[in-house]
Design a protein around this ligand. Structure first.
Ligand code: F6R
Length: 608
């Protein structure tokens, strides 16, 4: 996720900006840059690590007391020098850094091009600099307000205007931005660690707020200009806590980032006027979709589990057979591919060796490959024929959480989009799915606000050696992910079973007090799942049910229930997995494990 730093004061800005950006490295980035005002706007930026930028600055130092800096985590356009921030426009009057996404940037860009603006990058950010210059009315602040009124999306901005060298402007709409209050100097940053070295007095901007920083003052206003009185907070975190946003671990932070990740993945892909799903980034004609008679989804680990949900949804909505394959198997199995086969690979990192090999093998056999990935410019993104980004922001904890759920959102959108194009489902059902999708972030927030019971259950299982997850249909697919999460960070042996399959062998392992987690969100299968719960309870299992909050019956069959808000049954995996992620987290914590870096595992598996 991009990082922003800004400075206005008597000191030299470049070193403050670069040091601040170093403190934001944990957010992940692929390029970096700074800009200072020294009579004119000067910019230095470079693809790669901050060290590359530092080398450039050593060779050609910048000087100035007002500046903005940025680490970029690519969303629009590959990682490159040109796409790195800060961005200016042709007159060289405005310079901008930006975190987030400008959803209507293509429309704005086209309008600006028609007016004669020339663009040098592929980014949505450059549009902001041009827009400011286009709308300029003689006053920086009112111009920024006019520009912001034209932009839709979620973003945080830092802006400098050449002819008002006493001002640094900050705008926040759904991407984080904080102001650090110094003595005779002020700071701007995406996150607290960037400024902790200089001050502990901080104003956290709220959505829809703007701040005008001078050397001696900070004025916070609404986007339309009403002044706001904001009391600074005194931050007493150390740097490490600050990097994790105050959470104890990256995994917990990422679990809590899921509502935001959902919103980002949906982003501009739901047309607010028509309520339809759109995929402006895909080049796929109706004829091409109609040609497809079979789909392979190929991935590893958690991404494979997302694929299992994708299979179910696509088969339900499109009635096209979908095979989900573990990439390490698929690459050697001589898959049956012809011109009517579509292949989709899913990979958070975009660097998993087996997934990449599966992608290449599919292309070698003549298939067009679609990819769902989180990392712009990754190998998978570069090599796939078409890419759907999840825009979940960097995932740092080894155990994948927000990447998985945002993969689900991407798959839902893709399946609804194909069904819309092909007319395979009643438009009322598709409309209902879209309406329910949009409500998921709020429902996820509801689950995350209430974790006490999960913590207690985690305490109860921390000494156990074996555990089972059961479920039917989509609940079974989520069970597999819940079980993997628990195994990888708690080191407790666990297995996930299709609930109806248990009695064909595994039931022999159920004994007194063994914990069983039963997912029971799929209403059409509920009676059957309850029968399977009864079977394990009869053998002494202690059962935790995961069910909708209005299911008043399930409590009679299980020992404890964790509830989630009701949603459309096809969408329930995006919610029901959240308690399981939290359970894995709290169990790992209770056992004293290294939650973010579990033994024997790596975040990106680039070997076979
Ligand atoms: C588990 C986990 C792994 C990854 C797998 C694929 O929490 O993170 O199972 O899902 O290694 O990684 P990507 O998605 O980067 O291809």
């Amino acid at each position: 996720m991009c990082g922003i730093v800004g400075y206005i004061g008597p000191k030299q800005a470049p070193s403050i900006l670069v040091e601040g950006l170093k403190k934001l490295e944990y957010r992940g980035y692929d390029s970096a840059g700074i800009s200072v005002l020294n009579g004119s706007i000067q910019v230095k930026k470079a693809k790669g690590r901050l060290a590359v930028l530092e080398e450039k600055l050593m060779a050609e130092p910048l000087e100035g007391n007002l500046g903005i800096g940025h680490t970029r985590w690519a969303t629009h356009g590959k990682p490159s020098d040109e796409n790195a921030h800060p961005h200016t426009e042709q007159s060289g009057n405005f310079v901008v850094v930006h975190n987030g996404i400008i959803e209507n940037y293509l429309t704005l860009k086209e309008e600006l091009i028609q007016k004669g603006h020339q663009f040098v990058s592929e980014t949505d950010t450059e549009v902001i600099a041009h827009l400011l210059s286009d709308l300029f009315d003689g006053d920086l602040i009112s111009t920024v307000r006019k520009a912001v009124a034209k932009m839709s999306g979620a973003y945080a901005l830092g802006i400098i205007y050449k002819n008002e060298p006493d001002k640094l402007v900050a705008v926040r709409l759904a991407s984080p931005l904080i102001i650090g209050l110094g003595k005779g100097e002020n700071f701007l940053a995406s996150d607290i660690p960037a400024i902790l070295e200089h001050t502990r007095d901080v104003i956290i901007l709220n959505d829809g707020e703007m701040a005008i920083l001078t050397q001696d003052s900070v004025q916070v206003t609404t986007l339309t200009g009403e002044n706001l009185q904001r009391e600074p907070l005194k931050v007493d975190w150390d740097i490490e806590t600050a990097e994790k946003g105050g959470y104890d671990h990256f995994m917990l932070k990422e679990i809590y980032e899921q509502p935001k990740a959902f919103r980002n993945t949906m982003g501009s892909r739901i047309d607010s006027q028509s309520g339809k799903v759109v995929f402006p980034e895909l080049q796929l004609t109706k004829d091409e979709i109609q040609q497809v008679d079979r789909l392979y989804i190929v991935a590893c680990g958690t991404a494979y589990h997302a694929g299992l949900i994708g299979k179910n949804i696509i088969e339900q909505l499109l009635r096209i057979p979908v095979e989900v394959e573990v990439a390490s198997e698929y690459r050697y199995k001589n898959p049956i591919i012809n011109e009517r086969t579509m292949v989709m690979v899913i990979s958070q990192s975009g660097e998993t060796a087996d997934t990449l090999a599966a992608l290449r093998e599919s292309q070698r056999l003549g298939a067009k490959v679609f990819a769902i990935t989180n990392v712009v410019g990754s190998s998978v993104a570069r090599e796939a024929d078409q890419v759907i980004y999840t825009w979940a922001g960097p995932e740092i904890a080894v155990a994948s959480t927000k990447a998985y759920t945002s993969q689900l959102i991407a798959l839902y959108l893709f399946a609804i989009y194909l069904a819309q194009e092909l007319g395979t489902q009643d438009s009322a059902l598709l409309q209902q799915l879209v309406e329910e999708l949009v409500k998921l972030p709020e429902k996820a927030e509801q689950i995350l606000a209430n974790t006490e019971e999960i913590k207690q259950f985690a305490e109860g299982i921390k000494e156990k050696e074996h555990l089972f997850f059961i479920g039917r249909g989509l609940d079974y697919a989520v069970s597999l992910e819940g079980s993997l999460k628990l195994k990888e960070i708690s080191y407790i042996h666990s297995e996930a079973y299709a609930a109806g399959e248990l009695k064909h062998g595994t039931l022999a392992l159920i004994e007194e007090n063994i914990p069983v987690i039963a997912l029971a969100t799929q209403e059409s299968l509920l009676d059957k799942t309850v029968s399977n719960i009864t079977e394990v309870k009869a053998r002494g299992a202690k059962v935790l049910g995961i069910a909708y909050e209005d299911n008043t019956e399930i409590g009679k069959s299980v020992d404890q229930v964790i509830t989630i808000p009701r949603t459309h049954p096809l969408l329930s995996p995006a919610l029901s997995v959240i308690p399981l992620q939290l359970l894995a987290y709290y169990t790992s914590l209770a056992r004293g494990n290294d939650v973010d870096k579990p033994r024997n595992l790596a975040k990106s598996v680039t070997v076979e």
